[in-house]
Design a protein around this ligand. Structure first.
Ligand code: HEM
Length: 248
């Protein structure tokens, strides 16, 4: 009887592949990220204009740091395989969205909580000290954006009542025809990165940290929104001056 041969394909994954390990170690963190109040608002189709604008401000700060560090380290052997600025870069798209919502002087109106500062600080630190960890952060943000992009774009558009696609550039990846195929390519590139055992452990720990930093940002943003909501409620009760409200 003929024995069945397994066909080795370039897409076949093994337990030791970085893409599989990283997905496994961040599984619980992904569930926790999905269940933050901010992400639940998206999933329920209840995201408000204030929530989305405030999120865009933080994403601006985060992607500015991430993409500057990726650009600076683009020739590093552990970064080059996962460097896809034409397909993935988000910064310009976020700038467009911010201009749409805040006007031409949007740069003066950016407000971010402490957790966002901690996240961008960590990105700049590893860009300088451990560029091989950048793959963990690029994975966490870009593969997440590619996974939820289309659905979240439609939900956001409907929730905040946008007519066209203006204000939603962040979700659009014009350089990626098929997000699923691109994710496969990205995973195979991640798997081609050569890492010593210690570095691999470091990358996996960094991925968990990347999710944690995102969760802290979402929680801080929600707290900021709660404060503004309370303040505006109090204002209507006590007639306090507009200068007392937190500017978003
Ligand atoms: C993948 C849902 C938030 C990071 C995915 C996938 C779904 C999903 C359905 C595809 C799973 C698969 O292909 O097996 C959601 C929902 C979210 C959310 C509903 C909340 C609204 C986030 C956040 C992050 C994130 C906040 C990180 C900051 C990722 C990553 C992947 C992913 C990195 C790729 C996993 C892999 O293939 O290795 N998400 N997600 N997600 N998500 Fe999320």
């Amino acid at each position: 009887m003929e024995t069945k041969k397994t066909q080795a394909t370039s897409e076949q994954m093994t337990d030791t592949d970085l893409s599989e390990q990283i997905k496994k170690v961040t599984k619980d963190s992904h569930v926790r990220a999905e269940n933050t109040e901010l992400m639940l608002s998206f999933q329920r189709g209840q995201v408000t204009l204030q929530q989305y604008k405030l999120l865009l401000c933080s994403l601006y700060e985060i992607y500015q740091a991430l993409e500057e560090e990726l650009d600076r380290n683009s020739n590093h052997p552990n970064v080059a395989p996962i460097y896809f600025p034409a397909e993935l870069a988000r910064l310009e798209a976020i700038e467009k969205d911010l201009e749409y919502f805040y006007g031409r002087d949007w740069r003066e109106k950016i407000v971010v909580p402490a957790a966002t500062k901690r996240y961008s600080h960590r990105l700049r630190q590893i860009g300088k000290e451990n560029p091989e960890f950048l793959v963990a952060h690029a994975y966490t943000r870009y593969l997440g954006d590619l996974s939820g992009g289309q659905v979240l774009s439609r939900i956001t558009q409907k929730s905040i009542g946008l007519k066209g696609s203006e204000g939603l550039s962040f979700f659009a990846f014009p350089g990626v025809t098929s997000p699923n195929l691109f994710k496969q390519l990205y995973r195979s590139r991640m798997n081609s990165v050569e890492l010593m055992e210690e570095q691999r452990t470091g990358v996996l720990e960094e991925a968990v940290r990347a999710f944690e930093l995102n969760i802290q940002v979402f929680n801080d943003l929600q707290k900021m929104l709660d404060v503004t909501d309370n303040k505006s409620q109090n204002r209507s009760l006590t007639h306090s001056t507009p200068a007392q409200t937190l500017q978003i």
